[in-house]
Write a protein that binds this ligand. Sequence first.
Ligand code: COA
Ligand code: MG
Length: 327
Amino acid sequence: MSFTQISRRVPPRLYRSKLFVPGSRTELFAKAAASAADVVCLDLEDAVAPPDKDKARDNIVAALNDVDWKQKLVTVRVNGLDTHWCYRDVIALVEKGGERLDAVMIPKIGNASDVYAIDMLVTQASLAAKRKKQIGLEVIIETTMGLTNINAIAGASRRLESLHFGAADYAASAGMRTTNIGGGNADYVMLTDKHPNAARERHWNDLWHYPLFRMVQAARAHGLVPIDGPFGDYSDPDGFRVQAMRTAVLGCEGKWAIHPNQVALANEIYTPPAKEVERAEAILAAMKDAQAKGLGAAALNGVLIDAASIRQAEVIVRQMQLIRERT
Ligand code: COA
Ligand code: MG
């Protein structure tokens, strides 16, 4: 390990599913609160039409105070720093949103100064409102500028808790020729080599791998939680599953749900599979035995395990422990 220690910024908590709810659709608030989502995100940004922004802000402030959000993490996505709604969103939420608000989500983050600006507003408004609980910040990496500056962004504020990947805006920002929100694209493929006796196979590639992978690295290097963003086709559970499974393996702790039918899927996929948990527990037990015998490395079913295996296994076992406590 480096002499520099990285500590996780947030207490152990579940992020498997983050259900988005447009701030203009008040009839959905109680449904979201009653859902099985680990996190709720009340939206003021792209799911709210411009004429409804002020009303949606009022709706959300009221709902933060009146709805029973149970043990959920409650977050609100504000409008971007390039709009004239952003400062009002932040001030209203922090001054009038009550203590139930856990975090403010900033979309389309471009650089560390964007985080600094919101931190300053949240800090001043928190002091003025005499808030007891610290409000966290979540940012969405969804522009090429945001991805380029991601390390500075991830280190920009002690309030930061998590980084999220927004596929649609990212694709637009990068000029990618796709209208998919997550998922595959039949034109992003490789052909296997020419062979006289075999047809060439088309192998699909993951359009989103690079930004997501980079986001996981930046998040973890700063003690933040990486979260995968939306999968637009909420009528395609299989597509959601494989996208979520890839990012769960990569290190993301959860994914957005843009429809309630994605909540159970996300909760399932970001729960470590039983066979992984079993193996992780077996590794910890086998290493305990090995260490009792003075050994640093050992074999488990013909495979090397050592101190690094303990750290890998602990990631899975800790996550499972949290989930067992919840259920
Ligand atoms: N939160 C809670 N409940 C929701 C919900 C949400 N985001 N979206 C839909 N529901 C409820 C509906 O009210 C309905 O409930 P009912 O069975 O009691 O009647 C049920 O879930 C099924 O909804 P459905 O009719 O399939 O959806 P819809 O056509 O009303 O809405 C969307 C579809 C995609 C427009 C809607 O889910 C939505 O707005 N999602 C969030 C979008 C968002 O915030 N995007 C920004 C981040 S990318
Ligand atoms: Mg977006």
